[in-house]
Design a protein. Structure first.
Length: 598
């Protein structure tokens, strides 16, 4: 495969079922097929691509769980019992056709399908903010997307008024597309299938996008290349995003991340299940992983995950994940939505019982695991990079470089995404890697092409490779522009506040200061992970309720990661009130200095 980058050429993935190399080879073949068929007006039906058994998520629940759900389950559990979400793709086809025939309007569709069930297929009705249109959440394991895929997505979105569409890079290194209508939805699904991009099981009670290191395979300090395992996990859990019922009826959402080194690019500590490499054997090259469980951010509570103190080689990651998901599916609490995340099961059993059960099942399936780390195994100590991935960086491959670029609060217009795909074609062999900080990396740039890529107007003017300190780590959730749960507008405000602060303050060491905005206590913008987190909350001004924020302080990444804690409550978003608080914080805790003219 002459098109393979040197970083992947000779790599054999230990995880077996779907290796990265095969995925890339397939993707390129698909690329050619796709362009060959792209202009044909007939969309032959490539759906369904589900498991041939056609069982549903409900069928995978034990009789005891089914019984207890029917007796004591919450509202969503009852809804799943009526018609399991793993069949939502059929609803998409059905409603799409009905709408195209002109016999029904989207408003006639039962709300439990329109607003809830379709989320199992990745279609989120924006009922409050853009009624009749959908946000579609993809599944991009390890955050990898290719030029031809992005271009084809742009081409699809061009059928709409471009003012109403855009792409958002998410805090799970994923993409969301906006403005899609249900009458086009089945055609869109077929396009996604042709492109080998998944979107099924990206919402509701499913495992979310599998997060891996955006520097996988190119990081000079890396212990482990996460791409193969992220694809293999996605394959096992969601049939590469095309739907797999085994884990489609969990008690609640479930987050998984796989790290590559102590360089914290995955935020493992806030995932329900994370695998972080801790050691590499000098002789065999085998990497051992720490298993972390029970991390979450939610309105009710925020917890960093706990170490299970049980170590596994890379070859056991799939088995451990399957075991943990089966335990969660079969024993997770299903009576209240607020207490059904995995951490509540871990606590109701206790960490020791959970560990013993996982170990028992591993033993039963003859899977390798260790109870202690041996002396002969070398500990790693990579520098902490986190959000410092910007600009031109050397890769582990001689003569190759990656370019880290900043996307203001993760949003791209269709034109920008299209132009980015062209840049990737010209400089990074077509590959784009998304980060959990809502930015991107262009990998594998040849030395001879560096000058050219740095001159690209899109990267000089819009997606800067030299962002200012407050932009380097700026993250924002969707907020009230599109999210019905939002208490405040976030993305525009986040940008505006950062620009104003840059006009007033100097940051002598130029280091990233990670500021995260999140529009409500669900904390999709991961406020507790940030140095400074701003969370939408009610505030009072002159006795009246206004948009405000609670401020979190002290989130740290890396091996000693810590969640930020509440620092101030109810500050009005009006800059008259918010600006002085931020200036004081940045001066006191982050070495900022007022500019001389202020
Ligand atoms: Fe989230 C619900 C957006 C990452 C915790 N999240 C939502 C919904 C679907 C609500 C809705 O229907 O409107 C938001 C869609 C808004 C929209 O139009 O975009 C939404 N969440 C997002 C994204 C797009 C924020 C972003 O701008 O990046 C992220 C999509 C990630 C992805 O690609 O899958 C996103 N959400 C997160 C994270 C961060 C993470 O995963 O690391 C969290 C906290 C971590 C966690 O889950 O432990 C998060 N989202 C929630 C919750 C609270 C969950 C809980 O257990 O209480 C909800 C509400 C719910 O599930 O009931 C929620
Ligand atoms: Fe919506 Fe709240 Fe999540 Fe922001 S944090 S995307 S406002 S649910």
């Amino acid at each position: 495969y002459p098109f393979l980058a040197p970083s992947t050429k000779h790599r054999r993935m230990p995880c077996g079922s779907l290796c990265y190399l095969r995925t890339k080879a397939l993707s390129v073949r698909r690329h050619n097929e796709f362009f060959a068929s792209a202009d044909s007006s007939s969309h032959e039906n490539v759906l369904p691509r589900l498991d041939s058994s056609f069982s549903t998520g409900w069928d995978f629940l034990s009789k005891t769980t089914q019984q207890s759900v029917l007796e004591d389950g919450n509202k969503i559990e009852k809804l799943k019992a009526e018609k399991d979400g793993s069949l939502a793709w059929q609803e998409i086809q059905k409603y799409s056709q009905m709408l195209r025939s002109g016999n029904v309007d989207w408003e006639d569709i039962p709300p439990e399908d329109l607003d809830i069930r379709l989320k199992w297929a990745g279609f989120f009705h924006r009922k409050k903010r853009a009624p009749g249109t959908f946000m579609v959440r993809l599944r991009l394991p390890n955050g990898v997307i290719w030029d031809y895929q992005l271009k084809a997505l742009c081409r699809f979105l061009r059928r709409y008024d471009l003012q109403n569409t855009c792409f958002d890079i998410t805090t799970r290194q994923n993409l969301q597309l906006r403005g899609i209508r249900l009458d086009d939805a089945s055609i869109f699904l077929e396009e996604l299938h042709r492109l080998e991009i998944g979107c099924f099981q990206s919402g509701m009670d499913n495992v979310r996008n599998i997060v891996g290191s955006p520097l996988a395979g190119i990081d000079p300090y890396e212990l482990y290349d996460t791409r193969g395992i992220c694809f293999a996990l996605d394959e096992m859990i969601s049939n590469r995003g095309r739907g797999k019922p085994d884990f489609a009826n969990l008690p609640r959402k479930f987050n998984i991340a796989v790290g590559s080194s102590s360089t914290d690019t995955v935020h493992g500590h806030i995932n329900d299940l994370a695998f972080l490499p801790v050691a590499k054997c000098d002789h065999s090259g085998i990497v051992l992983f720490d298993i972390l469980i029970g991390g979450l951010l939610s309105p009710k509570r925020n917890e960093a995950s706990r170490r299970l103190k049980l170590w596994i080689p890379e070859s056991s990651i799939l088995a451990v994940t399957r075991i943990v998901l089966e335990i969660y599916r079969d024993f997770g609490l299903r009576n209240s939505r607020a207490t059904s995340r995995f951490v509540y099961l871990v606590e109701s059993w206790g960490l020791e019982r959970m560990k013993a059960e996982i170990a028992r099942r591993l033993e039963e399936s003859n899977v390798e695991w260790f109870t202690s780390l041996k002396d002969s195994i070398v500990d790693h100590s990579a520098p902490l990079i986190g959000s410092e991935i910007f600009g031109v960086n050397s890769q582990r491959q001689q003569g190759r470089f990656f370019l880290g670029c900043h996307v203001p609060v993760g949003r791209l217009t269709v034109e920008e995404a299209d132009a980015l795909a062209d840049i990737a074609s010209n400089y990074s062999e077509g590959e784009i890697r998304l980060t959990v900080d809502q930015n991107f990396i262009l990998p594998n740039i040849d030395r001879t092409k560096i000058e050219g890529v740095l001159r690209e107007p899109l990267l000089r003017e819009r997606f800067s490779y030299e962002p200012k300190p407050l932009l380097k780590g700026l993250v924002s959730c969707t907020g009230s522009q599109f999210c019905g749960l939002a208490l405040i507008e976030t993305k525009n405000r986040a940008m505006e506040l950062s620009m104003v602060l840059h006009e007033m303050l100097d940051f002598p060491d130029g280091q990233a200061i990670r500021i995260h905005w999140t529009g409500c206590p669900n904390s999709c913008g991961q406020a507790q992970v940030a140095n400074i987190g701003l969370m939408g909350a009610p505030a009072k001004r002159n006795g009246k309720l206004v948009e405000g924020v609670d401020i979190y302080l002290g989130g740290k990444l890396g091996v000693n990661s810590t969640l930020g804690t509440l620092y101030r409550k109810g500050i009005p978003c009006d800059f008259k009130y918010l600006l002085p608080v931020m200036i004081e914080l940045l001066q006191t805790h982050f070495g900022a200095r007022l500019k001389s003219h202020i």
